[in-house]
Design a protein around this ligand. Structure first.
Ligand SMILES: [Zn+2]
Length: 252
């Protein structure tokens, strides 16, 4: 294969690798967005569960206070019954004293109950509001997740196509060039660059007169400073049409 053809193949490989990297980063950011969306849905679910718990707790407090109030009413009824039939003055005094205590407890319970009912109403309202908001957010969230997953699948498919293209390009190269390319491509995104004004267009290292002469002959050399592969871009009028290189022409 003529060297200018090799340079062309290598540049084509750089192009494919540029596409590959762009595709991989698109996939990575889509995956990140998917993860963020899923996390935010989990947060919404936690919020719903928290507001439900708060409502349940408020409900329990009301129930407990209602029970306490009921038993106080029973105690009150009991003492009143006893007071009706009591004849002894000391017993009457004792029962009346007990009744006063019960009544003051009932009053306290009643106040607590009013408070508890108020809290329960607030919790119910808050819980409903959270659920309404969450339902909307969850629906949009699920739609976004579905779209993101579809997009990732599409991007993955496109990456597969790029990889097929990349393998084709690699098959066009001999093993030696392939190895040189891969070792450079592992460290830089532009493993092959043109030489401009006898300088490496990446690091501006000036080629020696000898190297410049070799490059003019169409050779590919490694830059002595940054080790990128260097080639001289042929002026358009000197570029041979593809297929006029005899033995290098690939069969279709
Ligand atoms: Zn260089």
């Amino acid at each position: 294969m003529a060297t200018n053809m090799i340079a062309e193949e290598l540049r084509a490989l750089v192009e494919v690798d540029t596409k590959k990297r762009a595709q991989e980063s698109a996939i990575a950011s889509a995956r990140l967005r998917l993860k963020e969306k899923k996390d935010s849905l989990a947060t919404i679910a936690d919020k719903i569960s928290d507001s439900k718990d708060a409502f349940t707790d408020a409900r329990k407090t009301v129930d407990r206070l209602e029970l306490d109030a009921k038993s106080m009413r029973e105690e009150e009824k009991d003492r009143r019954g006893k007071l009706k039939v009591a004849t002894k003055g000391s017993v009457c005094n004792h029962l009346q004293h007990e009744l006063q205590e019960i009544e003051s407890k009932e009053l306290e319970l009643e106040n607590n109950l009013i408070q508890a009912w108020q809290t329960l109403e607030e919790m119910e309202k808050a819980s409903n509001q959270t659920q309404n908001e969450a339902t909307e957010q969850t629906t949009t969230g699920h739609n976004t997740i579905k779209k993101l997953e579809e997009n990732i699948e599409k991007l993955d498919q496109e990456l597969k196509t790029i990889m097929v293209e990349r393998n084709e390009k690699i098959n066009n190269l001999n093993e030696d060039w392939h190895k040189r390319y891969e070792s450079m491509a592992a460290t830089v995104s532009d493993p092959i660059v043109p030489i401009v004004n006898e300088m490496c267009s990446s690091c501006y290292y000036h080629a020696t007169a000898q190297d410049a002469a070799q490059l003019r002959k169409g050779k590919i050399l490694a830059c002595k400073s940054c080790y990128r592969l260097l080639y001289l871009e042929a002026p358009p009028e000197e570029t041979l049409p593809v297929g006029k290189e005899g033995k290098d022409t690939k069969k279709d």
